[in-house]
Write a protein that binds this ligand. Sequence first.
Ligand SMILES: NC(=O)C1=CN([C@@H]2O[C@H](COP(=O)(O)OP(=O)(O)OC[C@H]3O[C@@H](n4cnc5c(N)ncnc54)[C@H](OP(=O)(O)O)[C@@H]3O)[C@@H](O)[C@H]2O)C=CC1
Ligand SMILES: O=C(CO)[C@H](O)[C@H](O)COP(=O)(O)O
Length: 475
Amino acid sequence: MDKADIGVTGLATMGRNLARNFAHHGHVVAVHNRTQNRTTAFMDQHRDEGAFLAAGSVEEFVASLRRPRKAIIMVKAGAPTDAVIEELAAHMEPGDMIIDGGNALYADTRRREAALRERGLHFVGAGISGGEEGALNGPSIMPGGAPEAYETLGPLLEDVAAKVDGTPCCVHVGPDGAGHFVKMVHNGIEYSDMQLIVESYDLLRQALGLSPQELADVFREWNRGDLESYLIEITTEVLGHTDAATGRPFVDVVVDQAEQKGTGRWTVQSALDLGVPVTGIAEAVFARALSGHPDQRTAARSLAGPQEKGAADGADLVEDVRRALYASKIVAYAQGFDQIAAASAEYGWSIDPGAMATIWRGGCIIRARFLDRIREAYEARPTLPTLLVDPTFAAALADAQVSWRRVVATAATIGVPTPGFSSALAYYDALRRDRLPAALLQGLRDYFGAHTYRRVDREGAFHTDWSGDRVERPA
Ligand SMILES: NC(=O)C1=CN([C@@H]2O[C@H](COP(=O)(O)OP(=O)(O)OC[C@H]3O[C@@H](n4cnc5c(N)ncnc54)[C@H](OP(=O)(O)O)[C@@H]3O)[C@@H](O)[C@H]2O)C=CC1
Ligand SMILES: O=C(CO)[C@H](O)[C@H](O)COP(=O)(O)O
């Protein structure tokens, strides 16, 4: 066999299936893994699926690639990725390309891209979403890096990416860390989407006493309308699943402590730095954190709760929750796209938000019918100040808002926590307010720290001498 078109190192869940995906599309694929057993097992299971070149060492792996070499890393983020980059780079030549397909922090990607550029190598940080199944059958791919790297690499990635209406779910996002940044925000939105789904489940179960099986039917019905998405679809599967060992609903035998690998947390950390209020994602991250404090939760169980335990009208509440879920989802996506826009401006990435909505329509975890509407919104008005004011979304919010308020009120009345719904509604109400109490806040800051304020009727900064004559002077 000749040289390989592309190589994949790291043959765990994602790398294994990505390598198979390339092979299924007729590419010759070099495969390598730090622990050789995994490579051997891969070849034993998949050698008949396409043209693979198995390498026992990094040197052999690099040597098996056609120039300019393209090696995709699918290993754990952080130090392991740095170690693999170093090993690969040592054997590469100018013009070759290292692609990190893992969930790397965008700042690491920026650092690595700059360092490899100095050595004449291309480094492409490419977010890949879709999990195990997506990697095999077509993920959504978010590559960053130099445009000239994409010229060579892009056709290969677009070949294996998911397609929606014939359009690949892969586009060059922008320079250096842009791809991994967008993947990070994708994951933050994924956290938010999931939080809103679990709040819907919890509220309907607590308020109406519906069983997980009955709730699976509710979500199945919702998946036929505006909420149609992969996450709603798999919610029906998980809620409808029965534990074989006990015969109980699967959700009732799983420990109620949510884990996280970190991309949601990174999204919020970055949003804090950029000053973008991603309240939906932040609440989702904190809800996971709260669930992971069993000692506090046990101690707090005896605290006073509400008198009312259930809601009155079942059918109405189900429809109200559906609308609240849709409205809160619009808010979460609006916030995520704001964060992408802020980072794009900060780092000079020129990210096209409509293109991001386009490549998230298929292959990835947040794929949904809804993303087509976001694409259309940015197509109609590329400089949309917030997705909330797009006419389609503004109408949807107007349609949902009464239900949304009832849901938040019902949840508070019967003591079911809905931080996702509540924070999304608070954001919506804050954004549409004529005057915010931030004016009083500015006054307080000026009072205790002479931090100054601006006036509604004059240019400039001012300070009032609060402890003295209370006369205002230009600062
Ligand atoms: N799993 C998922 O659904 C998704 C994962 N991702 C991202 O894709 C990447 C791969 O994920 P996944 O397939 O789940 O695998 P893991 O994140 O579980 O990583 C396992 C792989 O990393 C290798 N590895 C770990 N440390 C080192 C090291 N120091 N040097 C060399 N190789 C090392 C392992 O090699 P060995 O066999 O020798 O231990 C193995 O091949 C990660 O960055 C992940 O965040 C992205 C989207 C979805
Ligand atoms: O990248 C992904 C999908 O796009 C992973 O599934 C995601 O990392 C899962 O995150 P967490 O473990 O933090 O819930």
